[in-house]
Design a protein around this ligand. Structure first.
Ligand SMILES: O=C(O)CCC(=O)C(=O)O
Ligand SMILES: [Fe+2]
Length: 329
């Protein structure tokens, strides 16, 4: 059994917590929840202790029960629990327990029912009292809305940033030099490794500075982003075949030099699917050949900007090519 809403583990946890708060009529937008959970030391792991501490602040007074614990003793439902089922530990909302049946709610999913004996409850919130501060919630929602709007407004696209010839040159260059390798995921997941989060192929053009055409693109990007060309990383192309995707992630790496902004250039558009999606702000962009999409990854303190979470949706037909132009700090 897998959570239906599977972007990244922490994103799933955030959505679950927001959904849970909503079930208790605590509607405070996403911002406070996201910030609180993203800023935990354990990130991207999200522990029940971390969640519990925040829930306490937002009005859900509880005691955290840990295994061995018996959820059938709980007085208030829905509650939140970490359950072990099919050898997996999953954060879940327990809607109710009735006649030794446990009703689980996943984000955006229907209720799943299973026998209490089929799973182990590792931890659960024994809720004592719920105290909602309406004004606090309204202020949070308002702040959430304005920050989301401001970020969305800061994203911009430039059509025909690359000509058709330049797009084709780039694709051919990578293919002819056999530069495409199975993409790795970076520090967002902890280590560089091949995972299901990213099923596409990437090509690092290490000769970007020697090739006059690539060098010209770098200088044009520097002009557009108003930075010195030295702050632009060597170009990286990505290729997605049918069914391939890159699940939501942050571009800025936690180690090495941080990527302040991204200029993503689409090299073709003769395929289906493959939109660039920003799940935190509910925004998506349809690729157009030659178009450059600019977005910022870090806030003023150079920490990951939550809104910049983005991914490449699965390509449903054809092959998608794009080029990342990353701007360092
Ligand atoms: O393919 C896309 O639309 C997004 C690519 C991306 O986010 C990346 O390569 O870091
Ligand atoms: Fe990215």
């Amino acid at each position: 059994m897998k959570p239906k809403f599977h972007t990244t583990a922490h994103h799933y946890a955030i959505n679950l917590v927001i959904h849970f708060l909503g079930l208790h009529n605590i509607n405070m937008g996403r911002l406070k929840v996201r910030r609180a959970l993203y800023e935990k030391e354990a990130f991207p792991e999200t522990s029940m202790q971390d969640i519990g501490m925040e829930l306490q602040k937002w009005g859900i007074q509880h005691e955290l029960k840990t295994a061995p614990c018996n959820i059938t003793d709980a007085m208030v439902f829905p509650t939140m629990a970490v359950i072990r089922i099919h050898e997996q530990d999953v954060l879940a909302i327990v809607e109710k327990v009735e006649e030794q049946q446990i009703h689980l709610q996943y984000f955006f999913a229907d209720t799943i029912t299973c026998a209490v004996s089929e799973l182990t409850v590792l931890q659960y919130l024994d809720i004592k009292e719920i105290v909602v501060d309406k004004e606090f919630c309204e202020a949070c929602e308002q702040e959430d809305l304005s920050e989301r709007e401001a970020y969305t407004d800061s994203i911009f696209a430039v059509e025909d940033f690359l000509s058709e010839e330049e797009c084709n040159y780039m694709i051919d260059y990578c293919e002819q030099h056999n530069l495409f390798n199975r993409s790795m995921t970076g520090a967002a997941d902890g280590t560089g490794e091949i995972t299901g989060n990213r099923t596409s192929y990437s090509a690092f053009i290490t000769t970007s500075r020697q090739d006059p055409l690539f060098n010209d693109i770098i200088e044009r990007a520097a002009d557009l982003m108003e930075v010195e060309p030295a702050r632009i990383e060597d170009l990286q192309c990505v290729r997605y075949g049918e069914g391939q995707e890159f699940k939501p992630h942050f571009d800025s790496f936690e180690t090495g030099v941080k990527r302040k902004a991204t200029l993503l250039v689409y090299l073709n558009d003769n395929f289906e699917g493959g939109e660039t999606v920003f799940p935190e702000i509910g925004f998506s962009v349809s690729p157009k050949r030659g178009m450059a999409l600019s977005f910022v990854n870090l806030d003023e303190q150079n920490k990951d900007l939550i809104y910049s979470l983005h991914g490449g949706a699965p390509v449903t037909a054809g092959i998608k090519f794009a080029c990342n132009i990353w701007i360092h700090l």
